[in-house]
Design a protein around this ligand. Structure first.
Ligand SMILES: Cc1cc2nc3c(=O)[nH]c(=O)nc-3n(C[C@H](O)[C@H](O)[C@H](O)COP(=O)(O)OP(=O)(O)OC[C@H]3O[C@@H](n4cnc5c(N)ncnc54)[C@H](O)[C@@H]3O)c2cc1C
Length: 375
C-alpha cells in the first residue's frame, strides 16, 4: 500500500494549480457573473493535456490513470467555478466512447474531444426523468441507414456548444440505446438555458430533437444496452465530481484559515480561539477523509475492480455530505462576510450547493450501495 502520489501526478497537480490560478482564478468573478466559460479556455486546457487523460494514446489520449483525472478536476475546481465540468466531461465522455464504441466511432469522435476541438456532452435527463432511466421519452426509430431522433433533453451541460454528445433514447423495441451525435445541424436545437445558483460556467441547457438523423453506425455499445453505458459513465463522473468537490472544499478551508488569521475580535485574532481552531480541525479532517476515499475509488477504477462502480456510489455518499459540511463551516468562520459576494467563500458555497443532486442524487447512490450489500 502506497499513499504517495507518483512523480507524474505531483507534476500534474503543480501544473494544473498554476494554470487554474493564471487562467481561471483571475477571471473567476467574471465567469460566475456571465455563467459562461471564456471561448478560449477549452483550447488552453487541451494544450496542457487536461482532456482524454485516461484514453488510449492511439485515439489522442494520454493513457494516464484515473487518479490523475481526479487531481485535474480537484485543482480546476479550486477556483470555485464550473470550469471543472469541462475537464470532467472531456475526460469521462471520450473514455466512455473508447470503452463502448466501435473502432469507427473511436477513430472519428475521440480525438476532437481530446484536442479541444469540441465540447463533450451527455444527454440523458428529461423533464420526466432524472433518476428513473425507464421513464425516457426521447425516441430513436430506425429509417434506412439512420435512426431518427425526437424528444427533449433537460439539463444538457455544454449542449449549446459545438462538439459531440452521448445521447440516450428509447429505440423501436422500447429499450434504451446510446448514440454518439454531433451537437449541430438539422433537427438539433437549444430550447432553454438554465439560470443556475452557482458553479458559473456549467452552461446547462434543454435540447430539442426534431427528426434529427443519426447514422446507425453511431450506435454506442450494444443496441438496447444503453443503461450499461450510462452506468459506466455516471460512475466515472461521480469520482470526478468527488475530486472536484474536494478541490472546492480545500479552497474553502484555505480561505477560512486566511480569514481567521486576519480577523481580530476583542483585540485578538480569531484564529487563536479554540472554537475556531476546532472548526478548522473538523474541516481539515473531513476534507482529508473525502480526498483519500476519492483517490482510492479512482484507483479501484484503474484496477477495474469488479465493484468499482458501487464503490463510486459509496464514495459519493460520504464525500458530498462531508465537503458540504466543511464548506458551510468555512463560511461560518467568515461571519457576515461569508454572505458577501466580495468573498470567494460565497462563490464556493453556491458552486458546491448542487452536488447532492447532480450525476444521480445521494438517495439513488444510497440505494445502489444498500441493494448491493443486501444481495
Ligand atoms: C447543473 C446541472 C447539470 C446537469 N448536467 C446534466 C447533463 O449534462 N446531462 C444530463 O443528462 N443530466 C444533467 N443534469 C441532470 C441531473 O443529473 C439530474 O437532475 C439528476 O440525476 C437528478 O434528477 P432529477 O432532478 O430529475 O431528480 P428526481 O429524479 O426528480 O428526484 C427528486 C428527488 O427524489 C429522490 N428520488 C428519486 N427517486 C428515488 C428513489 N427511487 N428512492 C429515493 N429517492 C428518490 C431524489 O433523490 C431527489 O431527492 C444536470 C443537472 C444540473 C443541476
Amino acid at each position: 500500500m502506497d499513499f504517495n502520489l507518483n512523480e507524474d501526478q505531483h507534476l500534474l497537480r503543480k501544473t494544473v494549480k498554476r494554470f487554474t490560478l493564471q487562467e481561471i482564478e483571475s477571471i473567476a468573478v467574471q465567469i460566475d457573473q456571465d455563467a459562461k466559460l471564456p471561448d478560449t479556455l477549452i483550447k488552453k486546457m487541451a494544450q496542457i493535456g487536461l482532456f482524454g487523460m485516461a484514453v488510449p494514446r492511439q485515439y489522442g489520449g494520454a493513457e494516464a490513470d484515473h487518479v490523475s483525472v481526479v487531481l485535474a478536476c480537484e485543482e480546476v475546481a479550486y477556483s470555485g467555478t464550473g470550469a471543472w465540468w469541462l475537464v470532467a466531461f472531456n475526460n469521462s465522455i471520450p473514455e466512455c466512447i473508447a470503452h463502448f464504441g466501435s473502432e469507427e466511432i473511436r477513430e472519428k469522435y475521440i480525438k476532437p474531444m481530446c484536442n479541444g476541438a469540441g465540447y463533450s456532452s451527455i444527454q440523458f435527463t428529461e423533464e420526466n426523468t432524472g433518476s428513473d432511466p425507464k421513464a425516457l421519452m426521447t425516441t430513436a426509430i430506425p429509417d434506412g441507414d439512420d435512426y431518427v431522433i425526437n424528444g427533449t433533453k433537460r439539463f444538457s451541460t455544454f449542449g449549446g456548444r459545438d462538439g459531440y454528445s452521448v445521447l440516450f433514447a428509447k429505440d423501436e423495441t422500447g429499450n434504451c440505446t446510446a448514440f454518439v451525435i454531433r451537437k449541430k445541424g438539422e433537427g438539433y436545437g437549444v430550447k432553454k438555458s438554465w439560470d443556475l445558483t452557482g458553479g458559473g460556467g456549467i452552461e446547462t441547457v434543454d435540447i430539442i430533437f426534431e427528426n434529427m438523423r443519426v447514422p446507425k453506425a453511431n450506435l454506442l455499445g450494444e443496441k438496447g444496452k444503453g443503461f450499461e453505458t450510462l452506468r459506466y459513465w455516471i460512475a466515472t463522473e461521480k469520482i470526478e465530481q468527488c475530486g472536484a468537490s474536494v478541490g472546492m472544499a480545500q479552497a474553502a478551508l484555505d480561505e477560512a484559515i486566511t480569514y481567521a488569521k486576519s480577523r481580530t475580535v476583542r483585540e485578538k485574532s480569531i484564529s487563536t480561539m479554540q472554537g475556531i481552531q476546532w472548526m478548522l480541525a473538523d474541516i481539515y479532517t473531513k476534507i482529508e477523509a473525502a480526498r483519500w476515499l476519492t483517490y482510492r475509488t479512482a484507483f479501484l477504477q484503474d484496477q477495474t475492480h469488479p465493484h468499482w462502480m458501487t464503490e463510486a456510489a459509496a464514495a459519493k455518499l460520504f464525500v458530498i455530505p462531508a465537503v458540504l459540511e466543511a464548506v458551510d463551516r468555512a463560511r461560518q468562520i467568515h461571519g457576515a462576510y461569508g454572505y458577501c459576494k466580495e468573498f470567494k467563500i460565497e462563490r464556493i458555497v453556491r458552486a458546491i450547493a448542487g452536488a447532492t443532486g447532480i450525476a444521480t442524487s445521494l438517495e439513488i447512490n444510497r440505494s445502489i450501495v444498500g441493494s448491493w450489500l443486501s444481495k
